[in-house]
Design a protein around this ligand. Structure first.
Ligand SMILES: [Zn+2]
Length: 104
């Protein structure tokens, strides 16, 4: 038997699958971005490069960051230390598909 999930009164007004996808994509990106940054820290990577998905859906501010190199721990010009940085501005991390690549 399956139980229907229903919103509590006042929490949601509609069921929006696209909103759920946005939240899932953003939260996954944040976890992956933080894990990637931690892994680079363990490998003593000093600098990393912003890499976009390279398609028409990449936001303009991330297109401008494509290929930019900074030292790990320093913020890129959009305020994020790495793509999907949980400490960055929401407008820079929601639905972001960018990654950081180590510079060796
Ligand atoms: Zn992005």
């Amino acid at each position: 038997m399956t139980a229907a999930v229903t919103p509590k009164s006042g929490c949601w007004t509609t069921t929006e699958p696209s909103r759920a996808l946005t939240i899932a994509r953003t939260e996954t990106g944040q976890a992956a971005g933080a894990a990637r940054d931690a892994a680079m820290g363990q490998m003593q990577v000093v600098k990393h490069r912003w890499v976009t998905a390279g398609d028409e859906h990449v936001r303009q501010s991330h297109q401008m960051l494509s290929g930019v190199v900074v030292e790990r721990g320093q913020a890129f010009t959009n305020g994020c230390r790495f793509p999907c940085d949980f400490g960055g501005p929401a407008g820079e991390i929601i639905n972001c598909r960018c990654v950081a690549a180590p510079v060796v």
